[in-house]
Each structure stands twice: as structure tokens, then as C-alpha cells.
Design a protein around this ligand. Sequence first.
Ligand code: AMP
Ligand code: MG
Length: 350
Amino acid sequence: MITKCYKIDTNNINQEQMQEAGALIAAGELVAFPTETVYGLGGDALHPEAAKKIYAAKGRPSDNPLIIHIAEVSDLERVAKVVPEQAKKLAEAFWPGPLTMVVWKKESVPYATTGGLDTVAVRMPNHPIALELIRKSGKLIAAPSANTSGRPSPTEGSHVVEDLDGRIAMVLDGGPVGIGIESTIIDLTEETPMVLRPGYITPEMLAEVLGEEVIIDPGIIAADDTTKPKAPGMKYKHYAPKADMIIVDGDKEKVVEQISLLLQEAKAKGQKAAVIATEETKMLYQSDVVLSIGTREEEDSIARHMYKILRDCDKLDVDVIYSESFKTPRIGQAIMNRLLKAAGHQVIHV
Ligand code: AMP
Ligand code: MG
């Protein structure tokens, strides 16, 4: 299959190209598109064959459910068996935006989309191209991240092309995304609302709007696999670069000292090593490959660049990656959740 790629100007969206993209979705084909979090790989959410195509294109295990993207809050009623009061409050506060809600599904939502579950995950993205695509297609769009399963999520159109060229009908390239990590997922089918995946919207923000306690799935906090996460996708190895990756965690001076030591050892073994550092620390390392992920002064910059940096490590063909840890105040939990997975939980505490 030849994959068509259109560069779309977010401020001046080409309606003809969007019409063509929407028609492809309506015909059961796949179109990758930008959202504010990462790029999504979209197909008709209520069409089981489209869901199957998504799994095949990504090489994704079919028990890992897809998130349904909607363009109007009222479309929640089309997929939810009942719309809980909590969902109304959260939609009012955070939609369109980087929040996915899990609710009981309507019968019309195929099990192919929900990975066999009786619940469905729904989100209204905050990106003009995503919203326009949903509207033009006249469908609801099921979309996981538009990467090959296991690889870092795509935050630029070129990342999608790297992974999926020849496997999908179209890529809408709207430039780099704004947030850079996937949506927060909150499960509203539990007794107490539960965060299944941390993201840009924090448990504190959710609790404040709901006026009740919000818990975090114990399965995503556990450092080992003794407790299974509830979101099926969270149990898989994910976001991983090709090289071995080790995170060094602790006070700045000690981290720099430890990584410098590891760099010397790698050099002695003839290994090519990369360091993932920040604007504040990048000049402190003696290595050919020092990548700055962003600045600790602005934690959003760290989230925004993380997946691109992991992909850059692949392109530079390094053998081993040493990364600082980024337990930043607000979204540090979301950042570290992804980074720890990328590193297969290899951490040195200093
Ligand atoms: P991605 O689309 O790549 O961001 O992955 C979607 C994430 O949402 C995966 O971790 C899924 O396991 C999770 N997810 C989707 N639907 C559900 C659901 N009904 N219940 C729990 N988790 C879900
Ligand atoms: Mg994904």
C-alpha cells in the first residue's frame, strides 16, 4: 500500500485534504493524525474490521483496547451504556483535552475495539486537525498511538512515517505535538475513580473537580510485575529504544558522578554510550552523545521531547543509554512511568 502524506497547517486547515482523509476513515481505512498528546492511528471505532487493521498495522496485541476519539461531548452517549455524573463533571473541566475516561460500553461498540472488555475508553482530543478529521469522517475514531507496538510513541509526523509507511492509507502531518505524552486515563467503573495511566492531568486535578478521592492503580506504581495494571496496555514493554537503557536516580552531583563513571566503563568496553541530560547538566558530561531532553525549569519541555530523544538514540545507533531521572513536581509521575518502561525498570539509586 502507498501511504499518502499531507502536511497540514493547523492555522489554515486544507479542507479538501481533510475531506479525503475523512472519506478514508468512513471507508474503513486507517489515517494517522496529530493530537495534543501524541500522534494517533485512526480507524472507524464502530467497525470491527477497522479495529483489526489497526492492530495489524501496529503489530499490537489484540487484547490491548483502543481509545475512542470523539469531537462532541454529547457523543459520549453513543458509546457509554450510561454516562456517569463524574464523566459529565470531568468533560466540562477537561474536554477537549488530554483525559481519557473508561466507562461501561454500549452493545454497539465492538469487542474488537475494546479488546474484549465490557468497558470502553473515550477521549475528546484538543487539536483542530484531530477534531476536523472526526467531523469530516462522520464517525467516531478509535486510535492508539501511531507507532509500531513497543516503540516510543510518535510526537512528529516523520516518526509515524518511520514506523508505518506502506502499512496505512494516510498520514496527516501537523508538525510536532504540544504535550508529548499520552493522555491520563481515569476509570469510572470502579467504586472509587482510579487513574490507570498517569498523564498531563494529575490525580489532584481530577480529585479537585470530582470533589472525591481519586486513587492510582497499584499496578502502575509497583516496580515489579507482582501487581498487574488494570489497563491492559500498561503491562507490555513499551516506549523502548533499541539500546540498553539505565536510569540513574538521586541528587544531581551524585547522578553526574555515577553517569560519568558508567561512561568511562562503557568506553573501556568499546561501547557507544548516550547520556540523556537536561539544559542544566548537559555540559557536565564527557561523551560524544549528550542529549538534552529539556529544562528542569519547565517540566513540560521534558515531556514534550522524551519520545523524540528515545528515537534519536536509535538513529545514533548507541549501545547503551544512561539517563538522569526526572521526578519533576507536577507531571514527574507521568514522565517517570514512561521512562521506567523504556528502561525496562533498570535503575541505579545513588
Ligand atoms: P494508546 O492508545 O497507545 O495510548 O493505548 C491506550 C491505552 O488505553 C492502553 O494502555 C489500553 O490498555 C488503555 N485502555 C483502552 N481501553 C481501556 C479500557 N476499556 N479499560 C482499561 N484500559 C483501557
Ligand atoms: Mg501506545
